[in-house]
Every structure is written in structure tokens, then in C-alpha cells.
Ligand binder design. Structure first.
Ligand code: B12
Ligand code: SF4
Ligand code: SF4
Length: 274
């Protein structure tokens, strides 16, 4: 039944984890959020959706070039949930993408999906680490996956060596130094942060530790057309200057790079022009 539900959803792999395994890792705040969504959580389904669209130049990170993955995965997971509700009447099925209180990568690793990359990301050959994760939280006692937990990557160290800010330091991730974080940070940046962004090839997100990874060389492309067509690979200052918030939303509201509004993109683009 579950295979049938995920079949055709655009997921390349999926698995099921007992909620009890992830519960101890959640803060009280996150547990409360989970229980608000689903008062008696029993299992979590986790699925990986490839998004690579090929090697092309641009100043937007690859993950943000197609339609916003929150929208795409949201639609796909809703269809899966609809089928599950018909089959398991009386149970709750709650889809989640990114903004959910669930640690999506850790769930994927527990379900035995792909490999644990030293850059912190889930690698799913032949799609590399270019996969988004989505979850379905439920109070249904679904059969949990019996695959062994995810293995580890070849640990070649190329991601850490390529990272321009030394954000990857063994098992430690310095989030505050990560350029993906800095491009998405609202408000004023420090002089040091500005200097880092000036040298950064992207104005939104960062793919450097992914492009360095051997598993991403010749990665297979996405299975879903919203990640392959109508791409925005590059933004110029003229694309976002002079737009009101409303005009910006109309133009780019369905893009993952729009969630912080136009001011952050303008700031990042202006840094390149200074
Ligand atoms: C906050 C966040 C960020 C922050 C902080 C990232 C971080 N490494 O902590 C910022 C803005 C920097 C970020 C950047 C990116 N993100 Co992000 N992010 C998230 C988000 C919303 C929450 C992550 C979180 O803190 N979870 C709580 C922790 C406790 O759980 P966890 O994520 O499972 O992590 C566990 C382990 O994996 C490990 N761990 C966590 N980080 C790291 C880092 C290293 C180096 C190591 C060794 C271990 C490790 O410790 C945790 C406890 O077991 C998730 C979505 C979600 N709800 O999970 C997406 C998510 C992790 N991000 C994603 C993506 C695609 C990215 C970017 C590639 C986007 C881009 N191109 O710019 C970069 C990659 C940067 C990087 N090398 O990690 C995907 C990852 C898909 C995949 N293949 O793994 C996710 C799952 C979103 C999604 N729905 O697909 N992200
Ligand atoms: S996303 Fe960029 S800045 Fe962040 S860890 Fe990877 S290479 Fe470093
Ligand atoms: S670059 Fe090497 S160490 Fe880093 S995630 Fe890829 S295989 Fe692992």
C-alpha cells in the first residue's frame, strides 16, 4: 500500500520510522509542536525527492532555481496523505516540508535512506545530495522500515576543504559561518559577513560543499518537472530593484529564494556592485 502511495509522487526513496526513536532527540518545544499537529504520534514517513537540473551557471543556489520545493513537495505529500487516509480511515496524516518540527535528515538516516555525508547532508546515489526531504507524521501504527541505518560517505574531506568559511569542521557545523545562512540572514550584516558575501559566487544559498562532492559528479536529474523547467538561475539587481513587496511577491512568490522578501536579495546583489 505505501509503495503504491509513494509511486509516482516523484520521490526516489522513502521509509518509515517509529516516532519513539526520534522523540528523545526533540526539544520540549518541538515535541509540543509535534503533538499539536498529531496528538498521539506513532510513526513518521520520510521521502527524498531529487531536484538537480544539470550543471549550469548562475548566482542562485540550485535548490532555489525551480518552483519552491515547499509548494512542490506539499502537493505531492498531500496526494500521498489522501490515499493513506482512504486506506487507514480514522488516522491522522500530516505532511511536513522543512518548516516542520521534525529533524528531516536524521529521520532519513534512521530510515536507512542513502548515506550520511560529512557535509551534514543526505546523499542518495545516483541523485547525489540534490534531494529534498519531506515527512508525513501519523498516529497510525505503520510498519517501520527494516533497512539498516544509513551508512556514511567515503569521507574524502573535499566538502570541508572547499568550504570558503571553514563552516565544516569534522562533526561540528558552524552555522553562523555558513554562506547559505548568511545569504538568508535578515537585517544588517557585520563587516566580516559582508566581506564573505562579496566573495561568494551565490546571492542566495550555497552549493560549494555539494559541487565538491564526488557523489554529485554526474548526478541524475530530478523526476519532477517543476524542478527542471521554468528555472531562474541568475538574478540581477535590475530584476528586484524598484519592486514593491507586492510586486515582488507576484513575480517571485513561488520561488524558494523569495521567503525573506526583496530587501535581502537587493542587499546581497548590491554587495557585488560595491
Ligand atoms: C535550519 C536549516 C538550515 C540552516 C542550518 C543547516 C544545518 N546544517 O544545521 C542553513 C540555513 C545553514 C541551511 C543550509 C542548507 N540547507 Co537546510 N535546513 C534547515 C532545516 C530547516 C532544519 C535543520 C535542523 O536544524 N534540524 C534539527 C537538527 C537537530 O536535525 P537534523 O537536521 O536532522 O540534523 C542532525 C544531523 O544531520 C546532524 N547535523 C546537522 N547539521 C550537521 C552538519 C554537519 C557538518 C554534520 C556532520 C552533522 C550535522 O546533527 C543533527 C542531530 O542528529 C532543515 C529541514 C528540517 N526540518 O529538518 C533543512 C534541510 C536540512 N536543508 C536542506 C538543504 C537543501 C540545505 C542547503 C543545501 C541549501 C543551499 N543550497 O543553500 C544548505 C546546506 C548547508 C549544509 N552544509 O548543511 C535540506 C537537506 C536535504 C539533504 N539532502 O540532506 C533540508 C532537509 C530541507 C529539505 N526539506 O529538504 N539549512
Ligand atoms: S553551504 Fe557553503 S558555506 Fe555552508 S558549509 Fe557548505 S560550502 Fe560551507
Ligand atoms: S565531499 Fe567527500 S567527505 Fe564530503 S560529503 Fe562528499 S564524499 Fe563525504
Amino acid at each position: 500500500m505505501l509503495d503504491a502511495a509513494f509511486d509516482g509522487s516523484g520521490a526516489a526513496a522513502w521509509g518509515c520510522v517509529d516516532f519513539g526513536r526520534i522523540r528523545p532527540d526533540l526539544s520540549t518545544e518541538k515535541r509540543d509542536k509535534v503533538e499539536k499537529l498529531c496528538p498521539n504520534p506513532r510513526t513518521v514517513l520520510v521521502a527524498a525527492f531529487p531536484y538537480f537540473a544539470g550543471e549550469t551557471a548562475g548566482n542562485l543556489s540550485v535548490y532555489a532555481r525551480g518552483e519552491d520545493y515547499h509548494l512542490v513537495l506539499g502537493r505531492r505529500l498531500n496526494t500521498v496523505c489522501k490515499l493513506l487516509r482512504e486506506h487507514y480511515a480514522g488516522y491522522l496524516f500530516v505532511p511536513g516540508v522543512d518548516s516542520s518540527p521534525l529533524p528531516e535528515r536524521e529521520l532519513a538516516f534512521m530510515a536507512g535512506l542513502g548515506l550520511r555525508g560529512s557535509n551534514g547532508l543526505l546523499i542518495l546515489p545516483p541523485y547525489g545530495s540534490y534531494v529534498f526531504l519531506g515527512t508525513i507524521l501519523t498516529d497510525a501504527p505503520l510498519e517501520v522500515s527494516t533497512f539498516p541505518p544509513a551508512g556514511v560517505c567515503i569521507s574524502c574531506g573535499k566538502c570541508a576543504a572547499a568550504c570558503p568559511t571553514a563552516a565544516l569542521e569534522g562533526a561540528v557545523f558552524h552555522r553562523e559561518r555558513c554562506l547559505s545562512e548568511l545569504t538568508q540572514k535578515k537585517g544588517e550584516l557585520t563587516g566580516g559577513e559582508e566581506a564573505l558575501l562579496r566573495r561568494h559566487p551565490y546571492i542566495w544559498g550555497c552549493d560549494i560543499c555539494q559541487t565538491a562532492c564526488p557523489y554529485n559528479q554526474g548526478a541524475e536529474t530530478a523526476l519532477l518537472s517543476p524542478f527542471l523547467t521554468d528555472l531562474v538561475e541568475h538574478l540581477r539587481l535590475s530584476d528586484v530593484s524598484g519592486l514593491s513587496n507586492r510586486q515582488f511577491k507576484e513575480k517571485y512568490g513561488s520561488r524558494a529564494f523569495s521567503w525573506r522578501g526583496p530587501a535581502v536579495l537587493r542587499r546581497n546583489l548590491q554587495l557585488k556592485h560595491d
